[in-house]
Design a protein around this ligand. Structure first.
Ligand code: KMH
Ligand code: ZN
Length: 306
């Protein structure tokens, strides 16, 4: 008897997010064309999923504009079969209503669903860019968040879940700290969330759990105890990105890279695209003997509508 086929790892790339700003990297995609190019770089490098936020093309400011979401999604779908995971996290200070709109307007196969509230702070990065800001809004946006709460109450999570189930959208639950696993376990046990769930552990955000191997193991073990069977992936902010995603691959998990989480390819070297980071992680996976999933395989693993 041969040994069972090892599961394939899904590589996701989050191409722009709502945290990094134009001053921080000339390679951060801002316009619809740049977003499409960056997603294609992910696909060409072997990524199976692209996580998508959109921005105002003039200023680069994060903005949940449904027309831009539609434009980017339509062109990407025309060019390739990569899975699109649209954000419902939105941008700092965005309303829950606005964050939710993309689900009904795009009916995506996968969308982020943030599993709890947290203090999501970026003011600690502001001093590094003092005197360099390209746009007035950037400093305001980041430094103005010192009293900012990213609201994802039980009621909000329930509403997002109901909305996604109406449109056949699979939630990707973003877990920023261990208590959020408890939130999901409660919602699963009370019948409000269907299993199996897909978890994205987000490590190293100021306001969330630090990016350490011990914490990653703790999160996965806690989820096993509380939830049972699930698919999981890891992403980590800044320089922890490749250490945490490599560990995820070794633990049998999936992994997310991309310029939303980290602007660098290695110390002091900006990544020119999210695809460069995908290519690096794919090389690491190859060295470790971990096979990576195609978009079609990712759809099967996650049970997406396609
Ligand atoms: N926009 C951030 C506050 C998501 O995409 O769902 C969190 C975020 C998560 O980016
Ligand atoms: Zn995001």
């Amino acid at each position: 008897m041969g040994s069972p086929t090892p599961p394939k790892a899904i590589i996701t790339a989050a191409v722009t997010g709502a945290i990094h700003t134009p001053t921080m990297s000339p390679y951060l995609p801002l316009t619809p064309e740049q977003l499409i190019d960056d997603i294609m770089s992910v696909y060409d490098a072997g990524g199976a999923v692209a996580h998508l936020h959109v921005r105002d093309p003039e200023t680069g400011q994060p903005k949940a504009d449904q027309e831009i979401f539609r434009e980017v999604a339509a062109e990407v779908k025309r060019r390739c079969d990569i899975v699109l995971c649209t954000t419902t996290g939105g941008s700092l200070g965005d309303t829950v209503e606005n964050r939710a709109k993309v689900v009904s307007s795009l009916e995506p196969e996968l969308a982020s669903l943030n599993a709890g509230s947290l203090n999501f702070a970026l003011f600690h990065v502001v001093p590094k860019y003092e005197g360099l800001w390209k746009h007035e809004w950037e400093k305001q946006y980041l430094a103005g968040t010192d009293d900012f709460i990213f609201p994802n109450t039980f009621y909000t999570i329930g509403e997002f879940t109901e909305l996604m189930s109406r449109y056949g959208t699979k939630p990707e639950f973003e877990i920023y700290d261990v208590g959020m696993i408890n939130n999901l376990a409660y919602l699963i046990n009370s019948g409000q969330i269907q299993t199996p769930v897909y978890l994205q552990f987000v490590l190293g955000i100021l306001g969330g759990i630090p990016a350490t191997v011990e914490n990653l193991v703790y999160l996965v073990q806690t989820a096993r105890q509380q939830i049972g069977d699930f698919e999981w992936s890891v992403c980590a902010a800044g320089r922890a990105q490749f250490a945490m995603t490599t560990h995820a691959l070794l633990m049998g998990g999936h992994a997310r890279v991309g310029l939303e989480d980290n602007l660098y390819l290695e110390k002091g070297v900006l990544a020119k695209s999210s695809g460069e980071q995908v290519a690096k992680l794919k090389r690491i996976a190859g060295e470790l003997g971990v096979e990576t999933a195609t978009p079609a395989e990712a759809r099967r693993i996650l049970g997406l509508k396609g």
